[in-house]
Design a protein around this ligand. Structure first.
Ligand code: SDX
Length: 429
């Protein structure tokens, strides 16, 4: 295996080091490219550019593989809990029983939201999108929970991790209750992480919520599937903002904003809106597939395609099984699921989708699961954000601990006008 690659520019040759990953992926290390050659690279959207080395999550887009700290996501979805998977991503190992219990106690202890924050929630317009509320309130957490100088840095950061994991879940439910004009439901010490969320969302003084363990299991799987995904757009945002050494709350708030986009975490909401549009127009997916293939039409088949997966997203398969399980348990027949299955059937056989390596991604079925559980449409990206929190936290932690970490500051190729002199106002035009 060669240790370097040769670059020849204007007759001059350079040797660039190669970096080989654990699974054999090879990268050209261009850390000193400009200082040695005067050249920079150009890679819009960073489709060919690695921003870091990471030990957290491995994806193989050609084979449809996803592993968190070496564990296949299929096994974690089958045997683990979201709380345990969050611990694994952040700490690198599955917890021992005493470690898991201590983590649970910390999540419980930090599950309440400062009472003064409630006023903020009360004063957002009722129709405000919950992702906008969430990114604002996560940023506000630093103001309400300032650093305690007496605490060690490690203790402070571990408390910040558990505050985020626990309070973001509580804030999401609070925001929903307030948007409905309903009384806030507080977290309970006797409920698990996922059961607490469902209870805070749906319990009511006039209709006590009955915990359904099958739905709790489905929510665990949903959040495990979303927990991390290497250097996706929102994680890259967390690392980039974090590289300026800003506090973690601000970096996570930036991640929430990036995830909000319909091309990223907002896709689960857009998928259901698209399926509803197909349903309302008679249920025939053909015109929508034709639009998706039309290069002059900006319409994209939401929930299809991926920057890394050029085959089926392994999470989509698990999400479809979870979808079938939840609908069966709740005895719901959702016509949108039939449309989704028909859409997938047609698309995966279509030459355009085959040629472009377009397959269902995690968002294609996830919205139907949330709909069946009674989560409102505009909260779908919030559900993605709660799931992605352990991933953002673990990636931020890894970047802060990287001895070679630098401020993120990409270069550019300037294609604007060359130097020219200022023109006084009375001489323009
Ligand atoms: C997530 O990065 C992650 O890991 C993200 C995520 C995570 O867990 O963090 O997995 C979560 O964001 C999943 C993706 C959710 N988004 C959607 O479902 C929105 C619909 N999909 C796309 O817009 C698109 O597939 C992207 C944005 C997801 C990826 O697109 P790329 O890699 O930037 O590729 P591209 O936009 O340059 O498209 C390449 C070609 C183009 O055709 P040509 O101009 O080359 O002929 O594929 C076509 C595109 O038109 N194409 C699609 C399509 N996706 C790509 N055509 C129709 N429908 C689509 N969905």
């Amino acid at each position: 295996m060669e240790k370097t690659a040769k670059l020849v520019v204007n007759g001059k040759s350079y040797e660039l080091p190669l970096v080989v990953g654990t699974e054999g992926e090879i990268a050209l290390d261009i850390s000193y490219l400009r200082s040695e050659t005067g050249l920079i690279t150009l890679d819009p959207g960073y489709a060919n550019t690695g921003s870091c080395k990471s030990c957290i999550t491995f994806m193989d887009g050609e084979k449809g593989i996803l592993r968190y700290r070496g564990y296949p996501v299929e096994q974690l979805a089958e045997y683990s809990s979201f709380r345990e998977t969050a611990y694994l991503l952040i700490n690198g190992e599955l917890p021992l029983e005493n470690e898991l219990n201590r983590f649970s106690v910390m999540l419980n202890d930090h599950s309440l939201v400062h009472e003064d924050m409630h006023h903020f929630f009360q004063n957002f317009p009722r129709r405000a999108h919950p992702m906008g509320i969430l990114s604002s309130m996560v940023n506000a957490l630093r103001a309400f929970y300032p650093e305690i100088p007496e605490r060690s840095e490690e203790e402070e950061i571990n408390i910040t991790f558990t505050r985020l994991l626990s309070k973001v879940r509580t804030m999401a439910a609070m925001s929903y209750k307030i948007s409905r004009g309903h009384k806030i439901v507080y977290p309970r010490h006797d409920l698990s992480y996922c059961a607490n969320f469902l209870n805070m969302m749906f319990d009511s003084p006039v209709k006590p919520y009955v915990i359904d363990e099958d739905l709790v299991d489905a929510l665990n799987v949903f959040w495990i599937l979303h927990a991390d995904h290497e250097q996706n757009c929102s994680t890259a945002a967390v690392r980039l903002v974090g590289s300026a050494r800003v506090n973690l709350y601000a970096a996570i708030s930036a991640g929430i904003c990036a995830l909000w986009g319909p091309l990223h975490g907002g896709a689960n909401q857009s998928v259901v809106e698209m399926l509803q549009e197909i349903h309302d127009s008679g249920g025939n997916p053909a015109p929508f597939i034709a639009r998706a293939k039309d290069r002059d039409d900006p319409f994209r088949l939401m929930g299809f395609g991926h920057r890394v997966y050029k085959t089926y997203d392994p999470r989509a398969r698990i999400m479809e099984k979870t979808c079938n399980r939840v609908l069966k348990k709740l005895k719901i027949h959702d016509p949108l699921l039939d449309i989704a299955k028909r859409l997938e059937e047609v698309a995966v056989k279509d030459a355009y989708f085959i040629d472009h390596d377009l397959y269902p991604n995690v968002d294609f079925y996830s919205g139907i699961v949330l709909r069946a559980m009674g989560i409102p449409l505009n909260m779908f990206p919030v559900m993605f954000a709660i799931g992605r929190l352990p991933g953002w936290i673990s990636q931020w932690k890894e970047s802060m601990e990287d001895p070679k970490w630098k401020l993120h500051r990409p270069r550019q190729v300037y294609t604007g006008l060359q130097e020219r002199d200022y023109v006084p106002l009375n001489k323009r035009g």
